[in-house]
Design a protein around this ligand. Structure first.
Ligand SMILES: [Fe+2]
Length: 376
C-alpha cells in the first residue's frame, strides 16, 4: 500500500515537472519572439501561478532613484487595484527580499514581523502564505517576484520556491532583453541625430529642414495607412534619404537647386554626378545594421513613377512606396523652401508644374494625399 502511494506521488511529481518544463519552454520561445515586455511578464506570472497553484502573483520592479518597488505585472482578483501602490525597499516582505537579495517563504504572514499589511487593508485582499524571490541581473537587484496563497493546501514548499526561481530567471532574461532593445533604440536615435547634423553642416538643408520633410512624409504615410515598422522606416528614411550627398557634394561643386532640376531633361539628370547620391547613401547606410531596412527606400527615392528615374529605372509599384512618398516630398519642399524663387507667380508656376507630373513622375495617389494635407 505504501509503495503504491509512493508510486502515485512520483507520478504526480513527474506530471508537475512536465507541466513546468512545458511552461518554461513556451516562455523561452516567447522570449525570442516578442519585444512586448508587459505581455511577456504577464505570461510568465500566469504560468508561474498555475504551476505553483497560487491565487495571485506579481512582479515588482525596483525604481533605483526612489528606492522603492512598483508593480510591473500582477495577476489575481485585485491585480489592477494594487498597481497604484509602491513598496519601499526594506519595508514588508517584498521590500525585505529586495533589500537582502534572498528568497523567502512565509507560511502565515500574520505571524511574520516583516509583514506589512497596508496594501491588504486598502484592497481588502487577504494574504495568507507567500513566496517572494529576488530578480537579480549581474548582481544587481532588479525587483522581486511573488506568488500568494497556495490554492490546494495551506503552505508553499521548497519545491514551489525552486519553480518560482526558474520563472524569475526568465523574467530577468526578459528584462535584460528589454534593456538591450532600449539601448539599441537610444543608439539608433543618437546616430540619426548625428547624421542629420552632418547633413545640415554640409548645407544640404537649413536647420530643421529634414525634420520638416520627415513630418510631411509621415503625414502622407498616415493617410495611406502605413503603420508599425513600415511607418518607422518611412520616418528614418525620410530623415536620411539624402545622406549620400555628403560624400558626393564633397567631390563636386555644383548648385543643384530645384529650379535647375526642373529645367534639366531626365537624361541630363542621370548623367549628373549628384545623381549618384541615392546609391552612395544606400551604401553608407548598408554598413549600419540598424538601418538595413531603409537601404532600398534611400536607393530608389529618385525613381520616377513612369520608369524614367534613376538609378534603376523602376516604375509604378516596383518602387518602394516609401521611396515614392519621399520623391514627392523632396521635390515639393525644394519648391516651398527654395529661397532663389522670389516672386509669388514663379512659385505658383513651379507648383503647377510639380502637380502636373502626377501620374508621370509621381505616384498620383501620393500627390492626392499631399493635396489633402496642404488643403489644396
Ligand atoms: Fe535626393
Amino acid at each position: 500500500m505504501l509503495s503504491l502511494n509512493n508510486e502515485g506521488n512520483n507520478v504526480k511529481k513527474l506530471k508537475m515537472q512536465i507541466l513546468q518544463l512545458n511552461a518554461l519552454n513556451k516562455i523561452s520561445l516567447e522570449l525570442t519572439r516578442t519585444t512586448d515586455l508587459d505581455a511577456l511578464l504577464n505570461k510568465i506570472i500566469e504560468y508561474a501561478a498555475i504551476i505553483v497553484k497560487a491565487e495571485a502573483a506579481s512582479i515588482l520592479l525596483l525604481d533605483k532613484e526612489k528606492n522603492e518597488l512598483y508593480f510591473k505585472a500582477s495577476l489575481g482578483k485585485k491585480s489592477q487595484e494594487i498597481k497604484k501602490y509602491k513598496v519601499k525597499v526594506g519595508e514588508g516582505i517584498a521590500g525585505w527580499v529586495a533589500e537582502k537579495g534572498k528568497s523567502l517563504i512565509v507560511d502565515d504572514v500574520t505571524k511574520d514581523t516583516r509583514w506589512y499589511q497596508s496594501i491588504d487593508s486598502s484592497t481588502k485582499f487577504v494574504t495568507k502564505s507567500i513566496i517572494c524571490v529576488p530578480l537579480i541581473l549581474d548582481k544587481d537587484i532588479m525587483g522581486v517576484m511573488e506568488v500568494i496563497n497556495k490554492n490546494d493546501k495551506k503552505y508553499f514548499d521548497k519545491n514551489d520556491e525552486e519553480i518560482l526561481n526558474s520563472f524569475a530567471n526568465q523574467v530577468v532574461i526578459a528584462l535584460r532583453n528589454a534593456n538591450i532593445i532600449e539601448d539599441l533604440n537610444n543608439y539608433f536615435i543618437q546616430i540619426t541625430e548625428i547624421l542629420i547634423q552632418a547633413m545640415e553642416n554640409e548645407s544640404l538643408g537649413p536647420k530643421g529642414h529634414f525634420m520638416k520633410l520627415a513630418r510631411l512624409t509621415t503625414q502622407i504615410g498616415n493617410k495611406l495607412g502605413i503603420i508599425g515598422k513600415d511607418y518607422n522606416n518611412l520616418y528614418y528614411a525620410s530623415l536620411l534619404h539624402d545622406i549620400g550627398r555628403i560624400k558626393v557634394s564633397r567631390k563636386i561643386d555644383i548648385n543643384f537647386k530645384a529650379k535647375d532640376s526642373f529645367r534639366l531633361v531626365q537624361s541630363e539628370i542621370s548623367l549628373h554626378p549628384i545623381s549618384l547620391h541615392p546609391i552612395v547613401g544606400a551604401n553608407m547606410l548598408k554598413q549600419i545594421n540598424l538601418f538595413k531596412d531603409i537601404v532600398p527606400i534611400v536607393k530608389h527615392h529618385h525613381e520616377n513613377y513612369d520608369g524614367t528615374g534613376y538609378p534603376d529605372g523602376l516604375s509604378g509599384e516596383e518602387i518602394p512606396l516609401a521611396s515614392r512618398i519621399i520623391a514627392v516630398v523632396e521635390d515639393y519642399t525644394k519648391i516651398i523652401y527654395n529661397t532663389s524663387i522670389e516672386s509669388h507667380s514663379e512659385n505658383e508656376e513651379a507648383l503647377n508644374k510639380f502637380f502636373s507630373l502626377a501620374g508621370t513622375k509621381y505616384d498620383p495617389k501620393i500627390i492626392d494625399a499631399l493635396k489633402e494635407i496642404i488643403n489644396l
